[in-house]
Design a protein around this ligand. Structure first.
Ligand code: NI
Length: 171
């Protein structure tokens, strides 16, 4: 099932999501399938559960956009545990469509997380994957990428979104 993507302005995007305590249930497996399906339908490389209105610490990533099954990543209860180096590049978010800004991120990032069965693992990514690991983990703590840009740029986006919402073009 493809879920609609929740847009910036919905409070679910700016609160810390609930920790997942139950693993390997049919419900969780179905939910993960739905998350991948929703992400591919929206042409994203990452999706966090709050973006489909579900406040649980679950994110999926696939920087190959569905081309490489081995690139499918499930992160449950992730935490960034190591950040090395720096990169600067354009970033966007399915919940803030139509906007992109330069964001500074770590170049090489390690997260600790659990898989669908509850097993703990660590993974390290570089460049685009490092950016996705940080961006999606941030989502689960209520942080959008615009919290990493200047207050002025953030305010401009907020004003434009407010206008779009008023015109009924932001839902
Ligand atoms: Ni996002």
């Amino acid at each position: 099932m493809v879920y609609p993507i929740v847009k910036y302005g919905d409070p679910v995007l700016e609160r810390t999501a609930d920790i997942v305590a139950e693993f390997d249930t049919p419900e969780l497996h179905r939910f993960l399938d739905d998350m991948f399906e929703s992400m591919y339908a929206a042409k994203g490389v990452g999706l966090a559960a709050p973006q489909i209105g579900v406040s649980r610490r679950i994110a999926v990533i696939d920087v190959s956009c569905g081309e490489e099954p081995a690139d499918k990543i499930v992160l449950i209860n992730p935490e960034v545990i190591k950040v090395e180096g720096k990169q600067k590049g354009e970033e966007g978010c399915l919940s803030i469509p139509g906007f992109r800004e330069d964001v500074r991120r770590g170049k090489r990032v390690t997260v600790r997380a659990q898989d669908a069965k509850g097993a703990g693992f660590e993974m390290t990514g570089e460049d685009l994957l490092a950016r996705a690991l940080q961006h999606e983990t941030d989502h689960l703590f209520g942080r959008l990428y615009i919290t990493h840009i200047s207050a002025l740029k953030r305010e401009l986006i907020r004003q434009k979104v407010r206008k779009l919402a008023k015109a009924g073009d932001w839902a």
